[in-house]
Design a protein around this ligand. Sequence first.
Ligand code: LLP
Length: 411
Amino acid sequence: MMAENVSLETIANEVGTPAYVYSAATLTRHYQVFEAAISKMDALIAYSVKANSNLAVLALLAKLGSGADVVSGGELKRALLVGIPANKIVFSGVGKTVDEMRDALTADILQFNVESLPELHALNACAKELSMTARIAFRINPDVSAGGHEKITTGKAENKFGINIDQAEAAYAEAANLDHIEITGIDMHIGSQIDTLAPFKTALLKGIELIKTLRAQGHNIRTFDFGGGLGIPYSENENTPPLPELYGEMISKATQGLDVKMIFEPGRMIAGNAGILLTKTIYVKKGSVRNFIILDAAMNDLIRPALYDAHHNIEPVKFSNNGAPTQIYDIVGPVCETGDTFAKQRELPEIEAGDLITIHSAGAYGAVQAGQYNTRPLIPEVLVSGDKYEIIRARPTVEDILKTEHIPDWV
Ligand code: LLP
């Protein structure tokens, strides 16, 4: 198996395993597919940095013209560092701190997506201190159920996100009275890994209605940030998410004549299937009821199966299709928890210790959600383009981890 024109075996030998491997060509293709899908609208793509925030990935997307959706001061710094223009950056998130607001105001970002009235007032105060005006959209929670898993749905009234749609008019009226706030639009993000158009459509129509109401009340609504959330195929057996083209067409039709600039915050759609986790088999253990492939990657490197019961396709790097014998395996990591399981009861060609394995669809919410549980250093990230590749985040050593800790004299 190759990543573009580079053999995964070469990467494993030279970089070591486990490692994340991303394809520049696939990142580019996904970006351009999305761009084409929304090309009939006046629209900005603000890539959702949280999906994969590696500087090289951001730099590549910046070069393609992408803006950024950031949710922390750290992500803002990344976006600015790779040269994403401030007027293409939106700042989302329920708990922006005053320090983060100050940094984003100073950078003069396009828009704050404000999620509560206390946040609105904090932002107004912060902007006043800097003698600036903050451009805002309220994130509206449309009370629509969507998303692949309970832990990643965001658009229901009981979720922590946004202003409930029935409180929106009052919120806009309050914002209009503040001297250092300029209302520019509305914002929504209803969930992630959404695999049908229906919830998008329901939310979109609610948003369009709201824009009309707000305009009738005298607010100058110019942008409609529709968030991210478009799902990607993780396996052949799941629902196939709608093609970006259909998503774009639906939105373009519904917003025709509305005279708003659309903002989209895709994350997974761009990065998810542009990356794999490359890992090596440490042992194959034949139990009395199950066979286990024990990998050198673990839940701390890719937490999605443990956290969301997420399915990832798993394949050996070397395999032949000509009827090689197969086995049913549980595929697990070495961390001391039963939850450290990537997949149960998967049929794979017979695997031996030392065999390289790929875990697919790991480009989004993989490396960014990694941790160092069990004192396992973060794993490297590699970017491939054609026949070249480079390490875009180095593997820290255990010493690097230990250096940050300190034993007080009085212990
Ligand atoms: N905009 C906002 C405000 C968001 O909160 C998110 C994702 C996105 C955009 C991008 O959504 P996407 O296009 O990637 O679906 N860790 C979970 C996913 C959490 C998504 C959080 N918000 C997972 O691994 O499935």
